[in-house]
Design a protein around this ligand. Sequence first.
Ligand SMILES: Nc1ncnc2c1ncn2[C@@H]1O[C@H](COP(=O)(O)OP(=O)(O)OP(=O)(O)O)[C@@H](O)[C@H]1O
Length: 638
Amino acid sequence: MIDISSLNDRQIEAVNWQDGPLLVLAGPGSGKTKVLTSRIARLVQESSTKHFRILALTFTNKAAAEMRQRIELLVPGSGNRVLLTTFHSFAGDVLRQHGHLIGLKPDFTIITQEGERIALLDEAIAKTDLHTEELNFSGERLLPLINRMLENDVSADSISKMVLALPADQQGPIQEIYGAYRSHLISCNSLDFPTLIAEAVRIFREISAVCNQVRRIYKFICVDEFQDTNLSQYHLLTQLINQDSNNLFVVADDDQIIYQWNGASPERLNRLRSDFNMNLVQLPANYRCPPEVIEIANKLIAHNATRSLDKQNLQALKPVAAGNAVRVGGFNSLDEELSWVASDIASRSELERSRCVVLARTRKALEGALEQLVAKGVPAYLAMRKDEFVSAPLRWLHAALRLANNPQDREQARRLCKAFYALEGLQVDPANVISSSEAFDGSALRAFANIALGRAEIGAQTSVFLFSAIPALTDKLDFRSFTLATFGWAEMLQDTAIGTDNPFADYGTEKSTWSELVAEIEGQFGQENVTLNVLLQELDMRSKAPSPANGAVPCFTIHASKGLEFGHVYLIAMVEDQLPSWAAVKKGADSREMQEERRNCFVAITRTEDSLTLTYSQRVFGWNKAPSRFLREMGLIN
Ligand SMILES: Nc1ncnc2c1ncn2[C@@H]1O[C@H](COP(=O)(O)OP(=O)(O)OP(=O)(O)O)[C@@H](O)[C@H]1O
């Protein structure tokens, strides 16, 4: 039996929820993750003789990995009964299995770079007969609109309504370009993040056999952080629900919607409640924050008009501790402010320092904070997504694997040759690689090896490596042996490397990141199910940023801090035009944008376990700024 004795009554009610739809409307720090993982563990344990599976959808790989670990601890060996994954990864899985029904091959490529998406959109526009010069259309100009259409799951049926807001002469062309972009991606066997979801929805909608199969397998569906779903993700979810049982368990907090710009919306929660007639359990008890923080959080969020009408106030369960749990500091300039913050963090013991975080609405303010921390000898880092590896050995490995998977990929041939030059100092022309690949059954990778091996300047170690590893990879697609062989080769080159241009900078860190990511993917799918395609697609969905050094102080945007908790929170640059943002201030006090900014502030302050420090300055980036209106709304300044 799962031990739920430490849970409160409402948490227990949610954990023991059996069939039918339930919305767990819960504030920050109320144990949402605990409830979700305990319920899944209980369902698995109580149905050990059954074969159905449970699907749990999250928004980040990190959240999915953490929950998988927690469930594994509660019910060891539960991996084959539970699929804990992100919306995008789930859609990728569906498309690998069923994408052939819409003309997609299982080894499709995921496009993560904005520039590549723009180029594909330009190609799609060129394929139409439209005179786009007159309309001043380009991929760069249209991509944001196409994104919005994809986030809103615009289909062939609904598109004419969606484009009504555009000038009359643009409506027809935009409809055509939207269709052309989706078809072009499929003809290139490529998808970007929004089309991953959109094409999975299309399969479910158009091919009922697929939809029914998925509904039969997944008897229970759970969603974490539902408030972040855009319409397209919502449609994906609704297709999965078996209408007879409606076993949908959703955890959400409408006060933590901070992805409105990405298609999330406060109305979606209301729609869910009416579409599925959801039962409701609220978790207002907060185990994380000091009562002083809860008091200001309640005051702040009460100013938002679009909350669920029946939403209960947060209740503080932590006792009041000695000392000030909330501090406010006003300064003359941002430099002075950040210098004070860095000194305050530096003055803490090593242990307490490692429990600190610096939060800001924008990266620019965080860069200043990082500089000040480092100057005061405090190890710190800026969290950011890293889409591609940068060290030459990892770039070479990644390009080689991508080329093995997609033998005629010109871009990967170019990257392979570039990384090879950095490592071996030998120039191979990518155009030559592609044009000579016909003689190697279309394999650009074998053509590359043939050209490189024919060059007199090639080193003996590289020769041996290419001669044995490339055919082994292209024949069996065994990425594990190839990875080991590549690391071995790279390390031999590293030992003899000379010169100042170091192609091995970051190699050690990136090698560890590679291994961690592969282990995470194998943990999600089971080692035997991770083929080369699965590996590459899942790698594309993950950040390649290294794990931070132990004890280093994170400098996070508020968005990056979502779902996390920290001993001491420093929320900096609390001025108008930063938090709230300039765009929200321009839209006005009652705008949707201003409410989203208020939720940003709410998310930031509720990360606090022990102490919260809010700082602002008169001069920020050279401009005079007023203190944030949120400080007043929280009752912290007059
Ligand atoms: N019944 C409980 N008794 C004691 N501590 C609890 C209980 N439930 C949750 N907690 C603690 O409260 C903290 C917050 O829990 P959790 O991380 O699950 O919050 P959350 O609701 O997912 O928060 P957020 O919305 O901010 O991401 C954790 O440290 C957790 O251990």
